[in-house]
Every structure is written in structure tokens, then in C-alpha cells.
Design a protein around this ligand. Structure first.
Ligand code: FAD
Length: 407
């Protein structure tokens, strides 16, 4: 008698799909196929090197937990950690500064913080639809919310605090602490290295990776893991479960553009990067100083910087021709750093509907619909957290659940 293994189909060969495929392949219990609609795997993780400039088109690092590090080492990634210069982080308020609040705002803010830290539980409570902006203004005041918290969250979620659901973003503060974050980590040759390592590991464990294949549930399967963006998941799941597809469709998405520039400018401050409030003269959400964060991000003394834009501005930037884009970015740099320097090389990546908006609609979805139904598992940056460390954690959770179901 032949021993037929349960067939697992994974939709999407981005980080979510490949990481869960690799973890499941470790059990040697399943027949695993990953379907990728594009000809290239990796989804939002892509590193290119052009004229000595390393360009990360999506993520540029992962938040480091013990689990993340163990995962990366296990798949063979040569991990690199930030340079000392990356410790300095900046905010923008008319200029680049380490502390964006005025003296008066700081004096008004400190007693509030001390009071809330002492009476910890009383301020960590949220109403279901309360936004981060509403919550933070109530407890920490307007200036802290506008110039510090909102830009910091924009750096992760690509939308300002009034679009984020307070419980979804800070609800974990009420739970016992499970993970300790220890800075960030990347691959020696960039984030693309992680995808290459995952691909090699998957193939060596007999996982089939089919590119140029839009998944449609037509082939026999036992389990399907949909590991795509929320919008692609809606389109995919609709074919099998209209109700779940319709709920997925309600999740709001955000367009994102990242622009990486090579600039010969030795005058700008050195550090991790600069976060920019919504009300600044530029619509840029923030800039990462790549060449100050990790070694080997540029083969010259020039600077490697990545600027992030979202929503309408991302769409506008995507329409610009290359000379218009250069001019636009030189102006953006001038607003931020107060000096106009010619940009030598420039590369843009556009992610239409790239990131989910962590608002109350998504919070409701996560509470009601994430549990697997009819052997369809949902995975991706809208399920358990937007960042890659959360995706790794969810890949472990899903692979453990599936193993348990078949043991
Ligand atoms: C500019 C930017 C910067 C970021 N920076 C960071 C960072 O520094 N650190 C961090 O932790 N996170 C960061 N993120 C977030 C993180 O990169 C993403 O959340 C993560 O990469 C999403 O991975 P995924 O596999 O879930 O989705 P994706 O990367 O979108 O992959 C999904 C894949 O599914 C495929 N697909 C879709 N539908 C189908 C179908 N029907 N059939 C077959 N294939 C299908 C798609 O083609 C795609 O390849 C950033 C995101 C952006 C846009």
C-alpha cells in the first residue's frame, strides 16, 4: 500500500508562504506545493545591486527576537546587525532633530508620562473603535501624538495615528510579555538573501514551487494556506468561500512607494533615519539612512537612503518620469536636510494595495475570521502583525496547528 501524504497547497511565494512551507517541510509528513502568480518569488522582499548601491525594494530588516534569529540561522542566512551609527534616530519638525517637542511641550508631557507609568493599567484601555490618535491625545497630549508617536507608527504601518486602531496596535501591552526585541537584523547581501535561502531549503525538502501560476482551488488538496496580501486573499478565497472572501474584501489597503537614492552628501546627520509627521512640508513618511544602518549598502563614500510614501502621494510619485522623480526627490531632500544635492542614482518600487491598514475593520476581521475554516488557513501581514518577525511567529503557529491535526 502506498503512503499518500496530505496535500498542502500554499498560495503565494512571498516571505509568509515560503517560511510556512519550509517549517511544514521539516515534518516530512506533507506533499507541499507553493503557487506563485509572478515569475519571480519573494513578493515584497527583493534586493537589487546596481552600480554598487544595494536597493531593498520592500523591507530592509527584521525585528530581532530569539525566534527570528534561530529561524534565520537555521535556513542559512548570514545575519548582519546594525552599525553603531544606527543608534541615533531622528524626527522632523521644521528640521531634523533627535527630540521633536519644544521645551514647553516637554515640560507638559513628562508629568503625564510619569503619572501613567505609575498607574500603568488605567491608561492601557481602549474602546473598540478608538484610534491611536484619540487614545494617545487623551493620555499624552497633542504634541507627543503628532510629532513623536504618529511619525513613529507611520514608519511601521505607513499611515498616521488617526487611521490606526488603538487596541490593535497597543492591545498586546495588556498581555503577558512573550517576545523580547533585540534590535534588527538583515542578510549580509540584503533581504533577498532570506528568500534565496528559503527557496533552497524548500527545494531540498521536496517542496514544489510553481511560478507564473494563479491559484484557483481546482486541483485536489487537503489544506490550502493563502499567504498573500488581504486583497489577493479576497480574490483567491472568493472562489471557494464567498462569505470569507467578502469579509477579506472589506480590509482597507494602502499603496506604498519606496525610493532609494544615492547621494554624495556628507552634511546630513548620521543615524538610522528620520520620521516625518503628516503635517510637514513634504508628504514623505520617513527616510532610512541605509548606508549608516548596515555595512556594504554602498560601495563608495556616498549615502544610500530610502524614502517611503503612501496612499495618494505614492500613486502620484508612481506617475512621474525618471527626470521628474529625480527633481521631486531633490526637493524632498532639500525640505528635510535644508541643502540641495544632486541625486546620482535613483530607484523606485511601487506596491499598489501593498499594506493593510490596521484600523478597526481589520481588528474586527482578526477577532472573527482568522481561525481556519474548511481547511483554509489565512497567512500574511494582515493576520497577526505587519512585520516579518510576526510573520515568522505565525508561520510557526500555523505549521504546529497543521502538524497537530495530522498527528
Ligand atoms: C516599502 C516597505 C517596507 C517594509 N519594511 C519592512 C521592514 O523593514 N521590516 C519588516 O518586518 N517589514 C517590512 N515591511 C512589511 C513586509 O515586507 C511585508 O509585510 C511582508 O514582506 C509581506 O510578505 P507576504 O509574504 O505576506 O506578502 P507578499 O510579499 O505580498 O507575498 C505574497 C505573494 O503572493 C502572490 N500571490 C498573490 N495572489 C496569488 C494567487 N492567487 N496565486 C498565486 N500567487 C499569488 C504575490 O504575487 C506575492 O508574491 C515593508 C513593506 C513595504 C511595502
Amino acid at each position: 500500500m502506498t503512503n499518500i501524504k496530505p496535500r498542502i497547497h500554499i498560495v503565494g511565494a512571498g516571505f509568509s508562504g515560503l517560511s510556512v512551507a519550509y517549517l511544514l517541510s521539516q515534518y516530512k509528513m506533507f506533499d507541499i506545493t507553493v503557487y506563485e502568480k509572478n515569475l519571480q518569488i519573494g513578493g515584497m522582499l527583493k534586493s537589487l545591486t546596481k552600480e554598487g548601491l544595494l536597493i531593498e525594494s520592500g523591507a530592509n530588516s527584521i525585528l530581532c527576537t530569539d525566534e527570528t534569529l534561530q529561524f534565520l540561522k537555521e535556513i542559512g542566512v548570514q545575519c548582519v546587525f546594525p552599525l553603531k551609527t544606527a543608534k541615533r534616530r531622528y524626527f522632523f519638525r521644521n528640521r531634523v532633530t533627535r527630540w521633536p517637542l519644544s521645551l514647553i511641550e516637554t515640560i507638559a508631557f513628562i508629568p503625564r508620562v510619569i503619572f501613567h507609568l505609575v498607574t500603568r493599567k488605567s491608561f492601557i484601555k481602549f474602546t473598540p473603535k478608538q484610534t491611536v490618535a484619540e487614545w494617545a491625545q487623551k493620555y499624552f497630549g497633542f504634541a507627543f501624538t503628532k510629532y513623536l508617536l504618529s511619525p513613529a507608527l507611520q514608519g511601521i504601518y505607513a499611515v498616521p495615528a488617526q487611521h490606526l486602531n488603538a487596541e490593535n496596535i497597543f492591545g498586546h501591552l495588556l498581555k503577558p510579555k512573550s517576545e523580547k526585541y533585540k534590535g534588527i537584523v538583515s542578510g549580509k547581501t540584503g533581504m533577498g538573501e532570506i528568500i534565496k535561502c528559503l527557496e533552497q531549503k524548500c527545494l531540498s525538502q521536496d517542496v514544489k514551487i510553481l511560478t507564473g501560476e494563479i491559484y484557483d482551488f481546482s486541483l485536489p488538496h487537503d489544506i490550502v494556506i493563502v499567504a498573500t496580501s488581504a486583497q489577493d486573499a479576497a480574490r483567491t478565497v472568493m472562489l471557494q468561500n464567498k462569505f470569507l472572501g467578502a469579509e477579506l474584501e472589506k480590509i482597507k489597503m494602502n499603496h506604498v512607494v519606496s525610493v532609494t537614492c544615492q547621494v554624495d552628501d556628507t552634511t546630513r546627520p548620521r543615524g538610522f533615519g528620520c520620521l516625518i509627521p503628516e503635517t510637514a512640508e513634504t508628504r514623505c513618511l520617513g527616510v532610512l539612512f541605509n548606508s549608516d544602518i548596515f555595512e556594504n549598502r554602498i560601495q563608495s563614500n556616498a549615502s544610500n537612503e530610502t524614502y517611503i510614501f503612501s496612499n495618494q502621494e505614492a500613486e502620484n510619485i508612481n506617475q512621474l518620469k525618471s527626470d521628474q522623480l529625480k527633481n521631486y526627490m531633490e526637493k524632498t531632500r532639500e525640505i528635510i536636510f535644508k541643502t540641495r544635492t544632486p541625486i546620482e542614482n535613483i530607484y523606485k518600487s511601487y506596491w499598489p494595495d501593498g499594506l493593510p491598514i490596521y484600523d478597526h475593520v481589520l481588528a474586527h476581521f482578526q477577532n472573527q475570521f482568522v481561525t481556519p475554516k474548511n481547511n483554509i488557513y489565512l497567512h500574511g501581514n494582515y493576520v497577526a502583525g505587519i512585520g516579518l518577525s510576526k510573520i515568522i511567529k505565525n508561520s510557526y503557529d500555523i505549521s504546529n496547528q497543521i502538524k497537530k491535526a495530522y498527528s
